[in-house]
Design a protein around this ligand. Structure first.
Ligand code: AMP
Ligand code: MG
Length: 210
């Protein structure tokens, strides 16, 4: 497969429009976020999401995070948000926090690995936000590395792993944090950190209590 490579700063509008067009058409595009580079596809298109698993060699039992650009985008994806989920969204979005919430029927099984919950995040990186908005769909995205390798924080490392395997790579420079998003399950009686990351336990406890 031919892999397009866009240097975003040369022509941001054209790069993002082309990349978003490929995502809307069911292809996979790598893009920068404030944590690490992600490998994105239309999160409501099961065939498109399958291409992410193929490109990474990711086991099918490891669910993906859906990335959104506006708070309202979460509502069709969930059967309901509790007070903890709403407090975390209000405080930490956009930013490096992923929340696990009850899924809706709209979310394909391949995204959640068959779980009855779905992981959702709103990235703060301007290129990620613009791409998701232009694609017009939630974007399913794991880190843009081959499974088992370190998560990439620049486009060169993404290209080393993904050239020939994805439709395009958006080079938006180096990622700010280089640490993955914190994943919090809001569906358990006490909110639970499933993966530590950019938002610390102290920051979460300050907002939610223990
Ligand atoms: P990655 O996209 O590779 O950075 O990893 C995404 C992380 O989110 C993994 O640790 C997944 O296990 C976790 N995750 C995604 N969806 C869910 C879910 N529905 N429930 C619990 N954890 C999830
Ligand atoms: Mg990863």
């Amino acid at each position: 497969m031919e892999t397009k490579f866009w240097e975003v700063k040369k022509n941001p509008e054209a790069a993002i429009a082309e990349a978003a067009g490929l995502i809307a058409a069911g292809e996979v595009v790598a893009f920068p976020t404030e944590t690490v580079y992600g490998l994105g596809a239309d999160g409501l298109n099961a065939e498109a999401v399958a291409k992410i698993f193929a490109a990474k060699g990711r086991p099918a039992d490891n669910p993906l995070i859906l990335h959104i650009a506006d708070t309202e985008q979460i509502y069709p994806l969930t059967s309901g948000l509790n007070a903890n989920a709403r407090a975390l969204m209000d405080t930490f979005w956009p930013g490096p926090l992923t929340i696990v919430v009850p899924r809706s029927e709209l979310v394909p099984d391949i995204v959640t690995a068959g779980l009855d919950t779905v992981a959702i995040r709103m990235p703060s990186h301007p290129v990620a936000a613009a791409l998701i908005r232009a694609a017009g769909c939630p974007v399913a995205a794991p880190s843009a590395n081959v499974s088992g390798k370190p998560s990439p924080t620049n486009a060169k490392d993404v290209a080393d792993d993904m050239t020939g395997k994805v439709a395009g790579i958006l080079d938006g420079g180096s990622c700010g944090i280089g640490v993955e998003s914190t994943v919090v399950d809001t569906t358990s009686p006490v909110p639970t950190i499933l993966r530590p990351g950019g938002i610390t336990r102290e920051m979460l406890e300050e907002r939610l209590g223990r």
